[in-house]
Design a protein around this ligand. Structure first.
Ligand SMILES: [Zn+2]
Ligand SMILES: [Zn+2]
Length: 85
């Protein structure tokens, strides 16, 4: 595996526990910081890696968002449509 992480403590391969986990959502709502969380099963050491390139583009409005979340723009538009009907 090309992007395999090696534990700096015990030099064993680390497991990807969370992909594109959103950090600091309250402070940076417009530009959320996403991280990949790796954990070593052997010694429990945890490493965070920036995962900004992992955003997906919404096919409807073109907004970039995390694959774990729904598109915020479309969710907002849907809410407005429902209110107008
Ligand atoms: Zn380790
Ligand atoms: Zn959208």
């Amino acid at each position: 595996m090309a992007d395999e992480k090696i534990c700096p403590v015990c030099k064993k391969a680390m497991t990807l526990k969370e992909k594109s986990y959103p950090m600091g959502s309250a402070l940076f709502k417009a530009d959320r910081f996403h991280v990949d969380i790796y954990a070593c099963d052997t010694c429990g050491h945890v490493e965070l890696c920036e995962a900004k390139s992992d955003l997906v583009k919404c096919p409807v409005c073109g907004n970039m968002h995390s694959p774990k979340e729904k598109c915020a723009i479309c969710a907002l538009n849907k809410g407005l449509d429902t209110a107008n009907q």
